[in-house]
Design a protein around this ligand. Structure first.
Ligand SMILES: *Cc1c(COP(=O)(O)O)cnc(C)c1O
Length: 365
């Protein structure tokens, strides 16, 4: 028998990440509301910057200096305290890898972002899942699981796929009760979609605390998912650790150029946030007006809504029904939510069409 290379057992235990689909079963292209991309596309200024990027034959700036400078200026953070990643995905993985390994524990909430499980297992740590509070993050449940093996706690705020949001007081309470040697990763992939009046205080905590890492991305509100740009900020010693293990040229020339132009175009960010808030409010209002049909949109601060189907109409039927009228959404049986459908907020017309169809199916069920 030829011996073959054998992956580490913790690698074999990983269920690969399942991305949002863009096609129906018959291969027909559908309007994609399954991956929380920006329906307004990308800032025109960022698109224009694509052509001005440095030549592809040249390596990019390994430290993304200009982009970190611009982000620092926008958010009032020293550039030295910002680390860039190939998507915030890279930051999440290297945060787990830098601080945890075999024998250590990484905690996150049930119905949390599915990458946390992969990030924990990839470095050999044990993922520990805290119970939710009606699909939201339960600070006490997270804290109850902390012990001497805990190295990292991941919290997405707002959370994906639930859209739930912990207010500033809850984030502060979680941080205050954690041991100072446990890294608290606050994943703000949807942070820019939250009304600035409801700031959860994560960036301020990352500035003042020695054990907080905040991650952000250009994939959602900035409309640059395809260019793979993310970033993190925290204490100097955390940024130093992450810089040691990130990819040395992890942001391409194009990504750096487009990111820089996108940061400069905050008008696009504001327009996107306002479009999302208004469209989401109207969509949720219409579903709520349906009355007692077991169709429950969960409160969302993000650019998607998780709808629970708790009555005669089931999520799979709606998922297929929406495909029939041209939309691909995210049905979540593999994340313990066979009764849940996550729908990205698209254009007003798209969301009206989707609400019409859900209402029609619910009344007929
Ligand atoms: C989309 C998303 C990310 C961002 O991933 P990128 O690698 O930056 O594209 C991170 N966290 C959560 C919770 C997300 O939903």
């Amino acid at each position: 028998m030829t011996k073959l290379p054998t992956p580490k057992p913790w690698i074999s235990a990983i269920h690969a990440y399942v991305p949002g689909k863009s096609k129906g079963k018959d291969g027909r292209p559908l309007t994609k509301l399954s991956a929380n991309e920006n329906p307004l596309g990308t800032s025109a200024a960022a698109l224009a910057a694509r052509d001005a990027a440095a030549a592809p034959a040249l390596y990019p700036d390994p430290d993304s200096n200009e982009l970190r400078g611009a982000l620092g200026q926008l958010h009032g953070i020293p550039a030295a305290r910002i680390v860039m990643g190939t998507g915030s995905d890279e930051i999440l993985h290297i945060a787990a890898q830098a601080y945890a390994g075999p024998g250590d524990e990484i905690i996150y909430v049930r119905y949390g972002f599915s990458v946390y499980d992969i990030a924990a297992r990839r470095c050999g740590a044990t993922p520990i899942v805290a119970p939710d509070a009606d699909y939201g993050t339960d600070v006490d449940a997270l804290l109850a699981l902390v012990n001497e093996r805990t190295r990292v706690v991941f919290v997405a705020n707002p959370n994906n796929p639930t859209g739930s949001f912990l207010p500033k007081g809850e984030i502060a309470r979680l941080h205050a009760a954690l041991p100072s040697d446990v890294l608290l990763v606050l994943d703000q992939a949807y942070g820019e979609y939250v009304d600035p009046a409801n700031d959860d205080g994560a960036l301020a905590l990352a500035e003042s605390a020695g054990n907080v890492l905040v991650t952000r991305t250009f994939s959602k509100i900035y409309g640059l998912a395809g260019e793979r740009l993310g970033w993190g900020t925290g204490a100097d010693h955390i940024i130093d650790a992450l810089n040691r293990i990130r990819g040395p040229f992890n942001l391409s020339n194009t990504a750096q150029a487009m990111g820089l132009a996108a940061v400069a175009d905050q008008a696009f960010v504001v327009t996107s946030r306002e479009h999302n808030a208004a469209t989401r409010a109207r969509f949720v209002e219409r579903l709520e007006a349906l009355g007692n049909h077991g169709v429950r949109p969960l409160p969302s601060q993000a650019n998607f809504v998780l709808i629970l189907f708790e009555g005669a109409l089931d999520a799979e039927t709606v998922y297929n029904g929406l495909m029939d009228i041209g939309y691909i959404t995210r049905w979540l049986p593999n994340q313990g939510l066979p009764h849940g459908l996550r729908i990205t907020i698209g254009s007003q017309t798209q969301m009206d069409e989707i609400a019409d169809e859900i209402i029609r199916l619910a009344r007929g069920a």
